[in-house]
Design a protein. Structure first.
Length: 103
């Protein structure tokens, strides 16, 4: 029987629990997950580390229970200890074309 991975969402950011982090990740200099160009309120990880791979995909390592915060726009999300992949919400623009949702 396989483990069901939990999924969390905060606005345009999805957070998928994963078993292990991929190899070859680079650590971000800060805990910002997604910069918000429209409101200037970033999605950020309160404690833990944010990583990016060569394709720009984001991953989180939370060695203890933590929160994702997005001041003034969304309530904080409690995130249990674990490893996660960030999934950005996209919207359909036209055939074969999507764009990232920015909140």
């Amino acid at each position: 029987m396989t483990k069901q991975h939990k999924f969390y969402r905060q606005g345009d950011v999805g957070i998928q629990e994963i078993n292990t982090l991929p190899k070859g990740l680079q650590e971000n200099k800060d805990n910002i997950i997604v910069h918000s160009d429209s409101t200037l309120h970033d999605h950020s990880l309160k404690t833990g580390k944010v990583y990016v791979n060569k394709d720009g995909e984001l991953f989180l390592d939370a060695p203890q229970d933590t929160q994702i915060v997005h001041t003034e726009d969304h309530k904080p999300i409690d995130l249990p200890k674990g490893k996660y992949k960030i999934i950005r919400q996209r919207e359909y623009v036209m055939e074969n074309m999507t764009k990232l949702v920015i909140d």
